[in-house]
Write a protein that binds this ligand. Structure first.
Ligand SMILES: NC(=O)c1ccc[n+]([C@@H]2O[C@H](COP(=O)([O-])OP(=O)(O)OC[C@H]3O[C@@H](n4cnc5c(N)ncnc54)[C@H](OP(=O)(O)O)[C@@H]3O)[C@@H](O)[C@H]2O)c1
Length: 245
């Protein structure tokens, strides 16, 4: 489907990878809902950059996705503002080190709430709007580590594994009108403060022997929304081969 004039909601789009995804859709002419939680100034700047890129509308929407009430409110606010919705990109995420022996139930709950529960309920809330349009799309940004977990990040990895299950369940439940696919990034943008030695280890662990970029994830999202019209329930790794290394 052509993305020109389509309404796209990207969660966690104020900064980092979500911002790159949002701007890639804007560059294709989409009208953009930039969701954020704490990064208000960055989200407003991203919306402004999107308007410059597309010449189309863009607006920022605040929501704490750990709050079970917000998915419905966010979907309704976006649809009201833009008169509908065509694409939902679930990108917002919590990523915290929670080693065995130190993790507490609240760590588990926080990861599950934002990374798996919110995408599901956001999809549920957006589905009626997507169904009314021709060719609705949902994209779930997961992680290669959903399939090969890190030892010290079990709640995060488990939440992303749950998201992959949600991805398949939604693809079945929402077919044939709405396509649902997942993108599994590898090391595309390391946490701020990652040291040079650690960076080198991560780079060396990929098959392609380089770190990726937020743009690589953004291009995969645009491809799945715009061109992959016979693809649903799929998982596309964008990880430099890290999963199979
Ligand atoms: N970076 C990588 O190399 C990499 C690798 C594998 C997978 N991924 C996946 O790719 C996606 C983007 O990665 P990233 O590194 O850019 O993510 P990130 O910086 O860890 O977080 C993305 C956004 O999630 C939002 N968020 C966190 N808690 C929230 C809450 N309670 N309610 C609403 N929003 C919340 C934050 O919004 P605010 O800033 O507005 O609070 C944040 O900007 C994530 O799904 C991540 O798991 C990234």
């Amino acid at each position: 489907m052509s993305l020109r004039g389509r309404v796209v909601l990207v969660t966690g789009a104020g900064r980092r990878v979500g911002r790159a995804i949002a701007l890639a859709f804007a560059e294709r002419g989409a009208r953009l809902a930039v969701h954020y939680h704490r990064s208000a100034a960055q989200a407003r700047a991203a919306a402004q950059a999107a308007r410059r890129a597309s010449g189309a509308e863009a607006a920022a929407f605040r929501a704490d996705l750990a709050d079970p009430r917000t998915p419905r409110l966010l979907a309704a606010a976006v649809a009201r503002r833009f008169g509908g919705l065509d694409v939902l990109v679930n990108c917002a995420s919590v990523y915290e080190k929670t080693p065995l022996g130190r993790a507490v139930p609240a760590d588990w709950d926080r990861h599950m709430a934002v990374n798996a529960r919110a995408p599901f309920f956001l999809a549920q809330a957006c589905a009626p709007y997507l169904r009314r349009r021709d060719g609705g799309v949902i994209l779930n940004v997961a992680d290669w580590s959903a399939l090969r977990p890190y030892a010290d990040y079990a709640p995060y990895c488990a939440s992303k594994a749950a998201l992959l299950c949600v991805n398949k369940a939604l693809a079945k439940a929402l077919a044939p009108r709405i396509r649902v696919n997942a993108v599994l990034p590898g090391p595309v943008l390391l946490p701020e403060g990652t040291g040079a030695a650690r960076r080198e280890l991560i780079r060396e662990a990929t098959l392609l022997k380089r770190l990726g970029s937020p743009g690589a994830v953004a291009r995969a999202c645009v491809f799945l929304a715009e061109s992959a019209d016979y693809t649903t329930g799929a998982e596309l790794t964008v990880d430099g081969g890290r999963l199979i290394a």
